[in-house]
Write a protein that binds this ligand. Structure first.
Ligand SMILES: Cc1cc2nc3c(=O)[nH]c(=O)nc-3n(C[C@H](O)[C@H](O)[C@H](O)COP(=O)(O)O)c2cc1C
Length: 310
């Protein structure tokens, strides 16, 4: 069964569940445009906030959508119950192991797609009975693993017999065709959707993404913290300086606390965390989400035809 049939979407494209960004409204806009919209609950502090976003999404689309749960968040247990209550069709998970929720989610007909940065984690997830995995390479924006999409995706595809979705470094049809050639059934994208007109990030952040080149991207946390890929600014320079000075992981985490919200809500592009991936250099135009998704999928079909003619 192909991914469109598994999800019930027009395209085999998932919008990554970006914390503090992927609201119910944005997820609905993506689902209405043919992708799988995903509500990112990572930055939602209260049960009420999660409820409001799921209800907004349900009111704005009759298409399937997903909820992303960051498993290390203190509210993960609550969100795990809410997805059952609201009959959310698909759950994606990040930052941890969803083992304790899986049986109950499956009993309730929820499809489960954890994000994995290694093939060993993909194997463990398959044993737990998940429906597929999202293999995210280090090119991605936000929190990252070490292995590139090019190296990771074929290894995950060889390791498991469930659908694999590729994430990290995909912004146009050529990259989508490439990961399909590596064995992926579909793609998850984040950075290229930051410039969607419907994406509810501050205009300053959006313009930074549209203008940035791939050489403006840096990873903080490689030395002593938690690795995060973002656009270089005053905050990232200071963070890396502190890492080199030997700051502890906890101190570094406190230093960046609330950084993404500063960028997303306040539009503070100097002190905020401008999370974005290596494809930022390809993402230059602010345009409707439908154009981004149509462009990606039609570009993929066009590239596929070109290859067939070779
Ligand atoms: C600003 C930003 C925030 C993100 N937050 C989350 C998150 O909360 N949970 C998650 O599973 N992935 C998160 N991601 C990763 C995306 O879901 C997606 O896998 C990734 O962006 C794909 O790679 P790309 O950025 O190269 O398109 C985030 C990515 C970005 C750019």
């Amino acid at each position: 069964m192909n991914l469109q049939n598994i999800f019930g979407t027009k395209y085999p494209i998932i919008q990554g569940g970006m914390a503090n960004i992927a609201t119910g409204e944005f997820a609905a806009a993506v689902s209405n445009a043919g992708g799988l919209g995903t509500i990112g609950t990572g930055g939602m502090k209260t049960e009420e906030e999660v409820r409001k976003n799921i209800e907004a999404c349900k009111n704005l689309t009759d298409k399937p959508f997903a909820v992303n749960i960051m498993l290390l968040n203190p509210n993960a247990d609550e969100v795990a119950e809410l997805v059952i209550e609201y009959k959310v069709p698909i759950v994606t998970t990040g930052a941890g192991n969803p083992a304790k929720y899986i049986d109950k989610w499956k009993e309730n007909g929820i499809k489960i797609f954890p994000v994995v940065p290694t093939s060993s984690l993909a194997i463990r997830m398959e044993r737990l009975g998940v429906d597929g995995v999202i293999a995210e390479g280090t090119e991605a924006g936000g929190h990252i693993g070490d292995i590139s999409t090019m190296a990771l995706v074929p290894q995950v595809c060889d390791a498991v017999n469930i659908p694999v979705i590729a994430a990290g470094g995909i912004a146009d049809g050529r990259q989508m065709l490439a990961v399909k050639a590596l064995g992926a059934e579909g793609v998850q994208i984040g950075t290229s959707l930051l410039v969607a007109e419907e994406c509810p990030i501050h205009q300053n952040f959006k313009e930074k993404v549209a203008k940035a080149k791939s050489t403006n991207i840096v990873v903080t946390g490689r030395i002593g913290g938690i690795p995060v890929r973002l656009i270089k600014n005053k905050m990232s320079n200071e963070y890396i300086k502190k890492e080199k000075e030997g700051w502890e992981k906890e101190q570094l985490e406190i230093f960046t606390l609330g950084g993404l919200k500063k960028a997303v809500i306040d539009g503070d592009v100097e002190n905020g965390s401008l999370m974005a991936g290596q494809v930022v250099g390809q993402v230059n135009e602010i345009r409707p989400v439908k154009e981004i998704l149509d462009g990606l999928y039609n570009g993929y079909l066009k590239e596929l035809e070109k290859i067939k003619c070779l």
